[in-house]
Design a protein around this ligand. Sequence first.
Ligand SMILES: [Fe+2]
Length: 235
Amino acid sequence: MNIDSLAKEFWQQGYLSIDNFFDIKLMDKYQTHIVEHFGNNPDFVHNDEFLKKSNTDVIPWFPQLDGLNDFDTAEKNQNLVHLTEAILGAGWSSLYSMVMFSHQGSNGQSWHQDCPPEDKSQFNLNRLVYSMDIDASTGGEVLVMPGTHRLGPITVGDVNEDFPEQITLSPKKGTLILIHGHLWHRVLPATGSHRASTNYRCCPAGAPEDITDICVYRNMRYQFSASTVIEERTL
Ligand SMILES: [Fe+2]
């Protein structure tokens, strides 16, 4: 793996997708934990207004906070650590691992940026680990707009607009996807029985821990800690 050329590609495109990054046996362990957890615990934590406006119905779970040490393994993967360091530089920090789960029929997630893009030094990096194949048969593919991490706030418009420049990512079991928090990205509706990925979010030195508290959609800015739409975005 050429870490330097991957880091360069990341900074040009705002994302990377690398198949066969993680061990399949480890991914099977992850998937077993995830299915067991969500089989027993289908709670939503976001409020109705958010779910409606953001077109999101993803259920988060923080397995490391529940003491599941298996989820430390991907975080300690040396290729991942070195690639992260090459992208973010010294002093970066891990935030947490968050499993994002959706049931069949989930709307996915509309176009958004994970945090306000006005200050280019303030961003999060999503490190998405896939413990199942995501493709046309399961739905839930990830859409990205290459290079948009450099363009400032996402344009106002249709929350699920199709753009000619968009790229569809169909990660397989063991794939790593990296997404810059300022990159426009979106998740298609889940049509299979369920969809899950695990996000090892991190951020560069100088970014606060609550960097992703405010999310920018094409129709609003939403603050998670206050469960509030802080800005309506209209044409
Ligand atoms: Fe996101």
